[in-house]
Design a protein around this ligand. Structure first.
Ligand code: FES
Ligand SMILES: [Fe+2]
Length: 363
């Protein structure tokens, strides 16, 4: 389900930011990739040609012919090879190897198989086509790549849903908006959720995890009515670079898991100055009741749209490049994010959390 308002998104775009290459990002929903068909997408400013071969494997090529740079998407795909429209070079799309150069004769010594178009590792996971976007010049063996992010599931029976929204700001604003506790009572006010008057002081415990931080297991806010339906659950929220927020809510009785909810929210750079939010969610409750999914989608969509509309308005302001403030403690997670990102980009520095810490804010 895609949320966008093109008239608003068309004219606004905030300042760019530096991007983290060399990691996995969700390019698009994998059910959009049909056998023998291709589609295009932009990821970190890289134009991609994505498709599915006749054998079911999905692929992501750089959408530029290595011969003269015309987009490969202008050409043809027969389920086996991508053929360039300009001079008909053919490529095997999973590895990018050139299979044929039609203009060659017996007098030529050029070996087509030594030419490669850009092809990126591409894996189907949780309904998304995840693409590994390498650093410039990077050439890693597939076995040495980091694992593809996966939504945790705590049992075989669950309902799953996806949401997506384009954001007209750079990925940093998308991410710090995602982890920002103080906007909840204002941006997400609704009679069924919470009001500005429901603000109260909270204490949260955080601990470092590799390339990120964890909000230690806690019972959800007493002012979040829907959580009351599933009993005394325990929530854990992880953020890890480059862009991933995992939230799991697990309810236990006598140590056994009775109900669970899990979500993975990613904010993915489309370009250096725009991004897209994707939510993958799964839950174990009421899987037999068909109405639950559309109702959950309605609430989820509304929630994401509130963030999207706020960030569109923010992008209007960011065009004027205002100075920015991050305050303690509510913006502390945002400070950690920027420190972790800097550490990843420079390859040096300490983890911003020396150990477990306690933060206080009102939300
Ligand atoms: S530009 Fe693609 S084959 Fe020449
Ligand atoms: Fe939000």
């Amino acid at each position: 389900m895609k949320l966008r308002n093109d008239s608003l998104l068309a004219n606004v775009e905030g300042p760019p930011t530096e991007l983290i290459f060399g990691d996995w990002y969700p390019a698009l929903r994998s059910d959009l990739l049909r056998k023998g068909k291709t589609t295009t997408s932009l990821l970190l400013g890289v134009p991609l040609l994505l498709g599915r071969k006749n054998d079911g494997r999905i692929f992501a090529m750089r959408d530029l012919c290595p011969h003269r740079g015309i987009p490969l998407s202008a050409g043809w795909f027969d389920g086996e090879h991508v053929q360039c429209k300009y001079h008909g070079w053919k490529f095997e799309p999973c590895g990018g190897q050139c299979a044929e150069i039609p203009s060659l004769t017996q007098f030529d010594t050029l070996q087509a198989g030594k030419i490669f178009a850009g092809a990126y590792p591409c894996v189907e996971q949780d309904g998304y086509a995840w693409v590994y976007v390498p650093k410039p010049g990077e050439n890693r063996a597939p076995a040495s790549l980091p694992p593809v992010p996966e939504l945790p599931k705590f049992g075989p029976r669950f309902t799953a849903a996806h949401l997506q929204a384009d954001l007209p700001c750079n990925v940093d604003h998308g991410i710090i908006g995602l982890m920002d506790p103080a906007h909840g009572p204002f941006v997400h006010r609704a009679w069924w959720w919470r009001s500005a008057a429901s603000i109260h002081e909270k204490t949260k415990h955080f601990e470092p995890i590799p390339e990120g931080f964890r909000m230690s297991p806690h019972t959800p806010s007493s002012n979040s009515a829907p959580y009351k339906l599933i009993g005394k659950p325990e929530t854990t929220i992880d953020f890890s670079l480059p862009n991933r927020r995992f939230e799991t809510v697990v309810a236990r009785k006598n140590g056994e898991i009775t109900h669970w909810f899990a979500s993975l929210t990613t904010v993915t750079p489309v370009t250096a100055s725009t991004c897209r939010i994707d939510v993958i969610a799964a839950w174990s409750m009421l899987t037999w009741l068909p109405i639950v999914r559309p109702v959950a989608m309605w609430f989820g969509k509304r929630f994401v749209r509130q963030d999207q509309e706020t960030m569109m308005e923010q992008a209007e302001g960011l065009r004027f490049r205002p100075a920015m403030m991050l305050i303690d403690d509510a913006d502390k997670p945002a400070k950690w994010y920027f420190a972790l990102k800097q550490r990843r980009l420079s390859g040096e520095g300490e983890h911003p959390l020396p150990g477990p810490v306690e933060l206080h804010w009102r939300s």
